[in-house]
Design a protein around this ligand. Structure first.
Ligand code: UDH
Ligand code: MN
Length: 393
C-alpha cells in the first residue's frame, strides 16, 4: 500500500534502501579522499626527489669535468701556456677590471676554438647546499674527489677564460680537522663558480698569541711571490662554509664581505659594520688601505679595523643578498693563545692614525716553510709576539 504510494510520489527507495545509498555515498567519498591522499604523497615524493637531486647535483659535476677533459683545449693559466695577447671585452657590472692574466691564448693552434670568457653567473651552479659536519672526513677523500686540482691547491677552469685570478688565504693554527671539511666543500664550489684560484694556508709557527690579520698580510705577499698574476684576494676563516654557491668568490668594484649571514649569528649581520669571517679585496683595494693591521694580537677587533680602513679610504663594503650569503661555522671552543684582546675597543678608535704606519708597508716576518700539498699550499711563518704591554694585557 505504502510502496504503491511512494512509487506514485516518485520515490525510488524505501528507508532501508536510503541507508544503503548513504553508505554507498560514504564509500565513494572515502575512496576519493584516499585518492587525494595518494596523490599528495606522490607529489611530496616528487618534490623530495627534486630537492635531493638539487643538493647532490654537485656530484654530477664529475660528468662535466669528464667532458671538459676530453676537449683538448689549452689551459689559459697552465705554466706552459701563459697568455700573451689582448683580452676580449670584459667588465660586467660590479666586477673588477680584469687582470692582464685573463687574456686569451694565441699560441693555440688554428683549429682550436678560442676560449670564451667565463660566464658572469656560471650555468653549473646549484644554489643552496647541504652542509654538515657529522660524517667523517679525510684528506684522502678530498684528494680522491678533486682529481683536477693541481699541486698546491690550484685550479683553472678548462673550458672558459676566468675573469680574475684569486688567491684564497686562510689564517691557521692547529685546525686540521676543520681544514679537511673546508677543502671538501670549497674545491667543488669554486670549480662550479669557474674561478681560477690557489688555496694558501698561512700557518702561525709556535705557540705565541694568534694574530689573524698579520697572517693574512703575510698571505698576500707570499701568494704574490708564488704567482704575481693574482689580482683578487679572499680571506677566509678555516671553519666557515658557504651554504649557497651563488655567493661568488671573486672581487668586486668595492671590497666584498661574503659572510653576511652566519648560523652562529642567526643568519643575520651582527652589526652593520661587520666585516669578519670571509672577505675579499682586489690587489689595488688591499694596497689602497695599506693592507691589514699587524698589531691586533688575540681575538677580535682586526675585522673592525679593516672596515674602518675601507671607509676612511672612500670605499664602501659590498655584500651578497642575505639569502645567498649564508654560512655554517664548524662548532668549536675558543683556541688556546687566542683570548679576546682587551685592547681592541681602544685600538679601533684609532684606525685613522695607525693605518698609514701599520699595515702591509710595515710587515715583518720570518718564513719558516713553504710546502705544496695536493689540495693547498702551506706557508708556515713566524710573526713574533705582542709587545710586553699587550702580552700582560
Ligand atoms: N684560527 C686558527 N687557530 C687558532 C685561532 C684562530 O686557525 O688557534 C683561525 C681560524 O681560521 C679561525 C679564525 O682564525 O676560523 C678565527 O678564529 P675563531 O674561529 O676562533 O673566531 P670565532 O669568532 O670564535 O669563530 C670565537 C670563539 C668562539 C668561542 C665559543 C665558545 N662557546
Ligand atoms: Mn670560528
Amino acid at each position: 500500500m505504502h510502496r504503491a504510494r511512494d512509487r506514485d510520489r516518485g520515490w525510488s527507495c524505501l528507508p532501508p534502501c536510503a541507508q544503503k545509498m548513504t553508505r554507498l555515498l560514504l564509500g565513494v567519498t572515502l575512496e576519493r579522499i584516499c585518492k587525494a591522499v595518494l596523490l599528495l604523497c606522490l607529489l611530496h615524493f616528487v618534490i623530495i626527489m627534486i630537492l635531493y637531486f638539487d643538493v647532490y647535483a654537485q656530484h654530477l659535476d664529475f660528468f662535466s669535468r669528464f667532458n671538459a677533459r676530453n676537449t683538448s683545449r689549452v689551459h689559459p693559466f697552465s705554466n706552459s701556456s701563459r697568455p700573451n695577447s689582448t683580452a676580449p671585452s670584459y667588465g660586467p657590472a660590479g666586477a673588477e677590471p680584469p687582470s692582464p692574466s685573463a687574456k686569451p691564448n694565441t699560441n693555440r693552434s688554428v683549429t682550436e676554438k678560442p676560449l670564451q670568457p667565463c660566464q658572469e653567473m656560471p650555468s653549473g651552479l646549484v644554489g643552496r647546499l647541504l652542509i654538515e659536519f657529522s660524517s667523517p672526513m679525510s684528506m684522502e677523500r678530498v684528494q680522491r674527489e678533486n682529481p683536477d686540482v693541481s699541486l698546491g691547491g690550484k685550479y683553472t677552469p678548462p673550458d672558459c677564460l676566468p675573469r680574475q685570478k684569486v688567491a684564497i688565504l686562510i689564517p691557521f693554527r692547529h685546525r686540521e680537522h676543520h681544514l679537511k671539511y673546508w677543502l671538501h666543500y670549497l674545491h667543488p664550489i669554486l670549480r662550479r663558480q669557474k674561478v681560477a684560484y690557489g688555496i694558501y694556508i698561512i700557518n702561525q709557527y709556535g705557540e705565541d698569541t694568534f694574530n689573524r690579520a698579520k697572517l693574512l698580510n703575510v698571505g698576500f705577499l707570499e701568494a704574490l711571490k708564488d704567482d704575481e698574476e693574482y689580482d683578487c684576494f679572499i680571506f677566509s676563516d678555516v671553519d666557515l662554509i658557504p651554504m649557497d654557491d651563488r655567493n661568488l668568490y671573486r672581487c668586486y668594484e668595492q671590497p666584498r664581505h661574503f659572510a653576511v649571514g652566519m648560523d652562529k649569528f642567526g643568519f643575520r649581520l651582527p652589526y652593520a659594520g661587520y666585516f669578519g669571517g670571509v672577505s675579499g679585496l682586489s690587489k689595488s683595494q688591499f694596497l689602497k688601505i695599506n693592507g691589514f693591521p699587524n698589531e691586533y694580537w688575540g681575538w677580535g677587533g682586526e675585522d673592525d679595523d679593516i672596515f674602518n680602513r675601507i671607509s676612511l679610504n672612500g670605499m664602501k663594503v659590498s655584500r651578497p643578498d642575505i639569502r645567498i650569503g649564508r654560512y655554517r661555522m664548524i662548532k668549536h671552543e675558543r683556541d688556546k693563545h687566542n683570548e679576546p684582546n682587551p685592547q681592541r675597543f681602544t685600538k679601533i678608535q684609532n684606525t685613522k692614525m695607525t693605518m698609514k704606519r701599520d699595515g702591509i708597508s710595515s710587515l715583518q716576518y720570518r718564513l719558516v716553510e713553504v710546502s705544496r700539498q695536493p689540495m693547498y699550499t702551506n706557508i708556515t711563518v713566524e710573526i713574533g709576539r705582542p709587545p710586553p704591554r699587550l702580552a700582560r694585557g
